[in-house]
Ligand binder design. Structure first.
Ligand SMILES: Nc1ncnc2c1ncn2[C@@H]1O[C@H](COP(=O)(O)OP(=O)(O)OP(=O)(O)O)[C@@H](O)[C@H]1O
Ligand SMILES: [Mg+2]
Length: 259
């Protein structure tokens, strides 16, 4: 963060707040009896933050997001949303409380048009369609011009945009994104990260899992390295990019010099 002097007159940052929106506390979760995939993991997302989660394949990154969204059984610890426990709540209840989730795979309805996909995202509040469509096409302008196109005929990057747009239709306060840049060409990846930043700057607290660790840490406010189901490292994106241990184990080369 840069500090200018003298300080500008009362210009509140849209992205900084002490208010904790999502907190994962010593959380343990898994699929099969006796096998914990998440082992005492901790994470905090404050209002307006963009949080990045990186880590090796199989570390449990997707499982962590799915646990927050009620899709994996939580066996211990707690997850809170605005201070209230959400453990045991199913996805529909969480959507109602302002949480949206874009999974890693199969995140659009391929046989439906873009428009129908967006309408599916709004099933709990269909009256808001026009207003929400205006918001999402403000971020994803190209989708607005192709509303009748079948989602199955879109490229990977375009599908990713539809998936994020669908999640945004409910006007979520928290967005959980699993690998928004996966499978995209480098140019499309850059675009995906810019869109995630735009969504976050519009005020949506965002928790993003990413394979592209360096790019993720470059744009996030704070990041977590998940390893074997545990938050092994945490810090600001810049701190993690420059942490020799994180570089050695998870980034491969010197943090800031590559991109
Ligand atoms: N539905 C499931 N049933 C049983 N085990 C599962 C299931 N889904 C995932 N796992 C196991 O949980 C572990 C963590 O998987 P997860 O998908 O959370 O990892 P990840 O960090 O997201 O990996 P990647 O970077 O490859 O996406 C893996 O060992 C995986 O085999
Ligand atoms: Mg995953």
């Amino acid at each position: 963060m840069t500090v200018s002097s003298p300080a500008p007159a009362a210009a509140p940052s849209p992205t900084s707040s002490d208010e904790i929106v999502v907190e994962v506390k010593d959380m343990t979760a898994g699929y099969l009896p006796g096998i914990n995939i998440i082992n005492s993991a901790n994470l905090v997302a404050r209002k307006g933050e963009l949080i990045g989660i990186i880590g090796p394949n199989g570390a449990g990154k997707s499982t962590l997001l799915k646990s927050i969204f009620g899709l994996v059984k939580v066996r211990g610890g707690d997850i809170t949303l605005n201070g209230e426990s959400i453990v045991g709540l199913k996805a529909d209840k969480l959507v109602h409380r302002g949480v949206a989730f874009v999974p890693q795979n199969n995140n659009v309805f391929p046989s439906l048009s873009i428009e129908e996909n967006l309408q599916m995202g709004l099933f709990q509040n269909p009256k808001a369609y026009a207003e929400r469509l205006e918001f999402v096409t403000g971020i994803f302008a190209e989708l607005g011009k192709r509303l009748k196109q079948r989602a199955g005929s879109l490229s990977g990057g375009e599908r990713q945009m539809v998936a994020m747009s669908r999640a945004l239709m409910m006007n979520p306060s928290v967005l959980l994104l699993d690998e928004p840049s996966a499978g995209l060409s480098p140019v499309r990846q850059d675009d995906a990260f810019i869109r995630v930043s735009d969504i976050n700057k519009a005020g949506v607290t965002t928790i993003m899992v990413e394979q592209n660790a360096r790019r993720c840490l470059q744009i996030c406010d704070r990041g977590y390295v998940l390893d074997q189901g545990r938050d092994a490292h945490q810090g600001t994106g810049r701190e993690l990019l420059n942490d020799p241990q994180v570089i050695g184990l998870y980034l491969g080369t010197l943090g800031d010099e590559a991109h």
